[in-house]
Design a protein around this ligand. Structure first.
Ligand SMILES: [Zn+2]
Length: 79
């Protein structure tokens, strides 16, 4: 703790990301190359469940999308 702390502007606590809504809080299945491309371009990709979202760089922070999980277990793949 330092005195400068009171003078230092702090960032707002992480709020809901404005991206596309709450599905950003899930980790979705998507094609690996599409994810890699999305990291670079920042463009949304389509997940196995049909969601369009911008993948997080750290999907392990998020719970797996239940729909994606279900579909993957059912043997679905992304075309
Ligand atoms: Zn999903």
């Amino acid at each position: 703790m330092t005195q400068t702390e009171t003078l230092t502007p702090t960032q707002a606590p992480e709020r809901e990301r404005t991206d596309e809504g709450d599905h950003d809080r899930f980790a979705h299945y998507a094609k690996k190359d599409a994810i890699a491309r999305a990291y670079v371009t920042g463009e949304p990709i389509v997940a196995l469940c049909g969601k369009k979202w911008v993948p997080s760089r750290d999907p392990s922070r998020y719970p797996l999308c239940p729909t994606c999980k279900e579909l993957k277990e059912a043997g679905w793949t992304i075309r």
